[in-house]
Design a protein around this ligand. Sequence first.
Ligand code: ADP
Ligand code: MG
Length: 236
Amino acid sequence: MLKLENIMAGYGHITALKDISLEVPQGSIVSLIGANGAGKTTTMKTIMGLVKPTSGRVLFEGQDITGHKTHNIVHGGISLVPEGRQILQDMSVYENLEMGAYTRKDKEIDADIKKVFKRFPILDERSYQLGGTLSGGQQQMLAIGRALMARPKLLLLDEPSMGLAPLVVNEIFETIKEISADGTTVLLVEQNVRQALKIADYAYVLETGKMVLSGTADEVRHNPRVMEAYLGGRVE
Ligand SMILES: Nc1ncnc2c1ncn2[C@@H]1O[C@H](COP(=O)(O)OP(=O)(O)O)[C@@H](O)[C@H]1O
Ligand SMILES: [Mg+2]
């Protein structure tokens, strides 16, 4: 469904991605793992057209979308749950969800907001509250709900578990599994490697801008290098 081919990208003189290739098959959950500064967010931004690669291609459903405008990419079926959630603090939950549908013109937006409320009943209860008054976990649910409002075929999640309490983290991972089971393909960036590899089908490991390893999630989590660097020396 998604293919990155030999992507080089960065910021000014900084090259953040050095010849990155990856594939996300339709219906799968693919996890991208790596330490701080490895280039995970830059990879997401490149897919969304927020960072323009200096070389390489981004293909979505066989079409070259490299460097396309972000709203066109969203309209085409990819949406991003950004790192740090980035919900609108001074707007209500309901308005935040409406914002997620900004590329749509159809009449089913209200119906889709109801679907988000069904998935996250707490957002229904708080629909008139300002985004900034929600807890971290609720803000993450809102960020996911907002991304779903674009009706993505492919959902990108950038560190959805960051800063959340363990029970809330479990809930977020359960939600990601449900979204996947409902037919949305998922590319998941995580520093919570243990949990990410549990729900993923395939995984890629990024180190300082280079893809150093890839395989099925099982292969990757049994890799000695991954065990040592990300799993504290043991798989379970
Ligand atoms: N806006 C920016 N301007 C300059 N350098 C940046 C910017 N964003 C990220 N970088 C650099 O690019 C590299 C990759 O960053 P990033 O993609 O955010 O990594 P990750 O998400 O894996 O933590 C890092 O060296 C980081 O300092
Ligand atoms: Mg990041």
